[in-house]
Design a protein around this ligand. Sequence first.
Ligand code: APR
Length: 311
Amino acid sequence: MRRKVTVVGAGNVGANTAQKIAAKELADVVLVDVVDGVPQGKGLDMLESAPVEGYDVRIVGTNGYDETADSDIVVITAGFPRKPGMSRDDLLLANYEVVKSATEQAAKKSPNAILILVTNPLDAMCWTAMKVSGFKREKVIGMAGVLDTARFRTFIAEELNVSFENVTAMVLGGHGDTMVPLVRFTNVSGIPLSELTDQATIDRMVQRTRDGGAEIVKYLKTGSAYYAPAASTVEMVESILKDKKKVLPCAVSLDGEYGIKGLFVGVPVKLGKDGVEKIYEIKLDDSEKAALKKSADAVQELVTVLQQKTS
Ligand code: APR
C-alpha cells in the first residue's frame, strides 16, 4: 500500500522536508500552505524532478485539506520563522493560531495519523497540537532533539576532525536556550567525549549547540535554519514509516517520567510504526536533573500563557 505524508507549510522547512521525503521514496507527499499557488508551484516543481532523480512518488500542492485524507504522518511546519533578535518564545502567540488551525483540519481528515511538530516554540506547539487533536501522546511528537544533537555532533566532529557519523550525542530538555546537552552520554565510536578533549572545549561546544538556531538566524537575517531541520524531520518520518525503531531524542508529552507531567520535553524515545513506542528514562546526576527541571520550567511558562489565553 502506498504511504502518504502531509507537510503543512510550504516554506523553507516544509518544502525541503517534502523534497527529501520524495527523494528517499518514503511516501506520496501532500504539501499544504495558505498562500495560493505556492504549494501548487513547489509541488509541481518537485514532481518534475522525479524523472531526473528517479523517484516514483506523487507530490501534490494544495491550499485545502481534502487531498490530505488518510495520511500516515502529518508534519506541521506552518508558521512564522524567527527573525534576528527574536527568541523562539516570541513566536508563541502568533504560531499558536497557525498550529491550532492546521491541526484541527489535518486531524479531521487523518484521524489515525501521527503528528510531527516542527513549528516553534516547539514544545508549546506540541502541547497545542495534542490538545486540539485529542490524539494520544504516542502520536504527537516534536522535532527538536534530533536537530539539537545534529548540531552538537557537527561541532564535535569538526573540532576533533573525525567522521560526523562516528559522533553520538544526547540533548534533552526543551528546544530553547535551556536545552540540556548531556556530555556524559556523548561519545565518538564509544569513546567518551571527556577522554578526547578538555572541559573548556566541551563547554564551548555545548554553548554553541544551545545557540545553534540563533547562529543561523544571525547569518540569514530574514529567516531561520531549514536544511538541518528538514533532514532531522525526515529521519523521524523514515523511522516511523519503515518501523526502524530508531532511538532518537524527541519532544514527547511526559506523564511522570523524569518527574515531569503533562509537558512536552525532549527525551530519548523509540520511534516505530506506532509513533513513540518507548520512552527511555535514563538516570541523571544532580546537575543534569537540575538543568532538565530548569528547561521544563521554561516550557511550563509558555504553556501557562497558552492556558490563560485559551481558557
Ligand atoms: N496554514 C498553512 N500554512 C501556513 C499557515 C497556515 N495557517 N500560516 C502560515 N503558513 C505558511 C506560510 O505561508 C509559509 O509558507 O507556513 C510557511 C512557513 O514557511 P517559512 O516562512 O519559510 O518558515 P520556515 O523557515 O519554513 O519555518 C517554519 O519551522 O523551524 C520552524 O521556527 C521555524 O516556526 C518556524 C517553522
